[in-house]
Design a protein around this ligand. Structure first.
Ligand code: SF4
Length: 202
């Protein structure tokens, strides 16, 4: 087939118009209401957005959690977050399942029964984890830290003042923000802990 100059421009214009029509039609499906669809049918209607950080690897990708009446409705990457700019890897994208799962039998979304919602402790020599209240957990941790620090505190080494304990370490997580890490560092230094690291560096 011989293609004239006029025919080439006509074909190009038709192809452009076709692709624009497709683009606009798909966008209207993605961002607008279908004919007859009520606004109340939108998954995210009447939700509040909270930003959060993925709890898995040290990347610290940002999330938007959409919540209605205290229930998590949707979780997605935060496009305004400087690390992930809205993207999530498959593991992060599946983080919704930490809280909610689909019931095998009914197909309904239910709370994940495996989710750990309380502090737990495994006593020395024990094989099972037992639930413990937050108050008791904090008291026990404080008592262990104080006892260990007092028993191992080094005031001086080779005539040099040291004031540290080699028996306790601190590992921060990528989920903590800069202010939280600052406070953790202050606390650790103030009680003589020098073995300090962060998961985000690993
Ligand atoms: S979304 Fe993936 S890459 Fe980002 S922090 Fe979570 S696990 Fe890491």
């Amino acid at each position: 087939m011989e293609l004239t100059r006029r025919g080439f421009f006509k074909a190009t214009a038709l192809a452009f118009a076709g692709s624009m029509a497709y683009e606009l039609s798909t966008q209207s499906r993605a961002f607008g209401l279908e004919t007859g669809e009520a606004a109340d049918d939108w998954k995210l209607v009447n939700t509040e957005e909270y930003t959060n950080i993925c709890c898995y690897c040290s990347g610290g990708c940002g999330l938007i959690c959409s919540v209605r009446d205290g229930e998590l409705i949707n979780l997605e990457g935060d496009p305004d977050h400087p690390i992930n700019e809205g993207c999530l890897c498959p593991k992060g994208a599946a983080m919704f399942q930490l809280r909610n799962i689909v019931d095998d039998k009914t197909g309904e979304i239910i709370h994940n029964p495996e989710r750990v919602t309380k502090p737990q402790v495994r006593r020395p020599g024990g094989t099972d984890w037992e639930d413990i209240s937050w108050d008791d957990a904090i008291k026990e941790i404080a008592r262990h830290v104080k006892d260990t620090r007092d028993a191992t505190f080094v005031l001086e080494e080779d005539g040099v003042t040291c004031n540290y304990t080699p028996a306790i370490g601190s590992m921060g997580g990528s989920q903590q923000n800069s202010e939280e890490e600052y406070l953790i560092l202050k606390l650790m230094r103030s009680i003589g802990i020098v073995a300090i690291d962060n998961q985000a560096r690993v």
